[in-house]
Design a protein around this ligand. Structure first.
Ligand code: BGC
Length: 434
């Protein structure tokens, strides 16, 4: 599956329409549709030094291509980034708050950091942006990881305490809260297969990384979002979601709460397909949990042809920088399935493509949104579309190589440059129409 720099072949069979063509009424999205971009704290803020990931990034021969460092310095530049997002035409900003800043040591909450995120939310309000706030986007405080992270029986209560504290401090400025970003990832990874030449599976790689991390950090219980026993992580996350949601609602009962699920558009292989089994394993418990939420966020990048496991894309397929098939219509398949199963309003909270060719990004968004509109016209209750990502940022293990942003970032000067795809998507957002 994901290789940091797999070459993308260019098999563009579709005509390329003028991306800035005026709106046609039949292409309009529903009133009050949310149009936004997403970021995640650890990927853009920089210097998230009390987090588990910062520690993992600095282990010799660790699993990261490069450390996050200053990232996009969004911690200091959030004001200009938020203004730029609004100026482009978007009405929504999705971002995450960093638990490790708010509670850098166990039970030591930082008012200064709570105030920081209050200022970020106030900046959104100043620009009339709807806010989608994720409380946990993979990273966590190092002290929490040292205690076994989500496998620690105390994890749900520890998470709930943080949720309550944060919600009390700035919940009045949050429009949609999310407990977790992609809590189903540990299970999803089990379904991905590598070509034999690509070496060990993701799960095997993570097991090895866990052993090395525990030794390097001299921390026998250490675990993190991706590193540990998948089943225990899932049970811990489900319990933490339930307690976190209750804590958020106790601080502000009217706050809409949900979470964001990672989904591929699962399509059956011609023979021996295990789509139903995959769906039950990866999404089943979370779609059940979504039924008691105010909304469900879905995040998708491509399709998976599911045999016994997800099959690797056949030779000749156009691939993104992440090694996924270039398949923008995944968004349609995913919203249709998720809406039917969860029965709550759906927001696409991540969708986009890693490419150094911005014309392919425009094409990706054009096809993704055309497919999304088809589902909406068929009555699927989708209320927003948030692209990944506002900025070219730190893409976890792959470092700064993949480019998902509609805005480029010069990391030496932190200068932002809006790409044509940013203007394209912003114009669609502004006129609420393709
Ligand atoms: C995550 C993001 C990530 C994106 C692109 C999602 O899985 O929520 O943090 O950068 O995909 O890989």
């Amino acid at each position: 599956m994901a290789t940091p720099n797999s070459p993308a072949s260019r098999c563009n069979g579709l005509p390329s329409p003028n991306p800035f063509a005026p709106a046609n009424k039949s292409k309009a999205f529903p009133d009050k549709f949310l149009w936004g971009c997403a970021t995640a704290g650890h990927q853009v803020e920089g210097n998230n030094i009390a987090s588990d990931l910062w520690a993992l990034e600095h282990i010799p021969h660790g699993m990261f291509r490069e450390p996050s460092g200053d990232a996009c310095d969004h911690y200091h530049l959030y004001g200009q980034d938020i203004a730029m997002l609004a100026d482009l035409g978007f009405n929504t900003y999705r971002f995450s708050i960093e638990w490790s800043r708010i509670e850098p040591e166990e039970n030591q909450f930082s008012n200064a950091e709570l105030n920081h995120y209050r200022r970020v939310l106030a900046a959104c309000r100043e620009h009339n942006l709807t806010t989608l706030v994720t409380y946990s986007h993979f990273s966590m405080p190092l002290w929490f990881a040292r205690k076994g992270a989500w496998s620690n029986p105390a994890a749900p209560d520890l998470f709930a305490r943080y949720c309550e504290r944060a919600s009390k401090h700035f919940g009045d400025l949050i429009d949609f809260a999310s407990t977790f970003n992609e809590p189903d990832i540990p299970q999803l990874l089990n379904w991905i297969t590598f070509a034999p030449s690509q070496g060990p599976s993701m799960t095997e790689m993570f097991q090895q990384a866990l052993i090395s991390a525990r030794a390097a950090l001299n921390s026998p219980e250490f675990a993190s979002f991706f590193l540990g026993d998948g089943k225990k992580i899932r049970d811990g996350l489900l319990a933490a979601h339930t307690k976190g949601k209750t804590a958020m609602k106790s601080a502000r009962p009217s706050m809409p709460v949900g979470f964001n699920l990672a989904m591929s558009d699962d399509q059956p292989a011609p023979t021996d397909s295990h789509v139903a089994e995959k769906r039950a394993d990866v999404y089943g418990p979370w779609l059940e949990a979504a039924k008691t939420c105010n909304y469900l966020g879905v995040q998708t990048y491509s399709r998976a042809i599911v045999g016994k496991k997800d099959l690797p894309p056949p030779p000749g397929t156009e691939l993104t920088q992440m090694g996924y098939e270039f398949y923008p219509e995944c968004v349609e398949g995913v919203v249709r399935y998720a809406a039917k199963e969860a029965g709550v309003p759906i927001y696409v909270t991540e969708n986009g493509v890693a490419t150094d060719d911005d014309t392919r990004r425009i094409e990706y968004y054009r096809r993704a949104l055309t497919s999304l509109k088809r589902a909406i016209d068929d009555g699927v209750d989708v209320r927003g579309y948030v692209s990944w990502s506002l900025l070219d940022n730190w893409e976890w293990m792959f470092g700064y190589a993949p480019q998902f942003g509609i805005v480029a970032v010069d990391r030496a000067t932190q200068k932002r440059t809006i790409k044509p795809s940013g203007a394209y998507l912003g114009n669609i957002a502004r006129r609420n129409s393709l």
